[in-house]
Design a protein around this ligand. Structure first.
Ligand SMILES: [Mg+2]
Length: 286
């Protein structure tokens, strides 16, 4: 059911007016306004002709209907309709109300109502914070497309899955075929230089530790990372589950990662759901 809300500033009472709108009977903004049950409020908002008074703005789901079809805008099921004074008392101003919506007369009045003086210094201390930042390996720091291509060329992934995986996870394949994703590696270097802690988290197995460190140290020149977290050798859980558990370990070791760089959609979503802001470096719908 759609709803119509009129704030206290217009009801002249202790509470706002909230009314459900039957969109079949009152399909437009105009009809909805005319359907206001409280006669006193209706008279305050509408002229004798039934048109709304000039000082009102009507919003549907936060958007001014003047940017839609005005009073003839259709109301849909579950729409939230708000009637607000054209210059409102602050808390009733929806976030989408912008200075550009206002007339030349209204604009100075609204500016005057803004509580923070324009010359107040913004606190920029947050820019100095040092972060613990996670980087993934396969598909993020390292380009593994050649390794993938070769495995696909040699084996059918679906019919000979184990064989495909054995080749894909072969250390020599990693060492010969993987190349740094230069843009991502550069980003890691810049963040390291700026004083942040770089943590590397991969769903590769522990048995790939030496190879992975070789890639990080020799190919990416990242011999300053704070740690490398890997999947246990016998663990076959999906990558996102592995990374979720890794985050627990990392936190228990005193780090507090706020940012991660990763590529795979499921992992990106997991980081975000765990409160880690994730920057996705490549398409990751696999
Ligand atoms: Mg990856």
């Amino acid at each position: 059911m759609a709803t119509l809300t009129v704030p206290k500033v217009l009801t002249h009472k202790d509470s706002e007016m909230k009314q459900e709108i039957d969109t079949k009977e009152t399909p437009t903004v105009m009809k909805a306004l005319q359907s206001i049950e409280d006669p006193e409020l209706r008279t305050r908002l509408l002229k004798a002709s039934g048109d709304p008074r000039e000082f009102l703005n009507v919003y549907i789901n936060g958007q001014n209907v003047n940017h839609k079809q005005g009073l003839q805008t259709q109301i849909k099921k579950d729409d939230q309709m708000y009637v607000l004074p054209a210059i409102s008392g602050g808390s009733d101003v929806p976030p989408t109300l912008s200075l550009s919506n206002l007339t030349d007369e209204q604009r100075p009045a609204l500016l005057q109502r803004m509580t923070r003086p324009l010359n107040t210094a913004v606190n920029n201390e947050f820019l100095k914070e040092k972060e613990d930042i996670i980087f993934d390996v396969d598909g993020t720091l390292m380009d593994i497309s050649e390794r993938l291509n070769l495995c696909d060329a040699m084996y059918d992934k679906n019919n000979r899955r184990d064989t495909w995986w054995n080749l894909f996870l072969d250390d020599k394949m990693m060492m010969y075929l993987d190349q740094p994703n230069k843009d991502v590696v550069k980003m890691a270097h810049r963040l390291h230089k700026a004083g942040h802690n770089i943590l590397v988290c991969s769903a590769r197995n522990e048995r790939h530790r030496i190879t992975t460190l070789w890639q990080l140290n020799k190919l990416c020149k990242m011999d300053w990372i704070k740690g490398l977290w890997l999947r246990k050798d016998n663990d076959r859980s999906p990558d996102n589950i592995v990374k979720r558990e890794m985050l627990k370990t990392i936190r228990s070791q005193g780090f507090n990662p706020a940012i991660a760089f990763d590529d795979r959609n499921s992992v990106v979503n997991t980081w975000r759901s765990l409160g880690v802001q994730c920057y996705q470096v490549r398409e990751g719908g696999f």
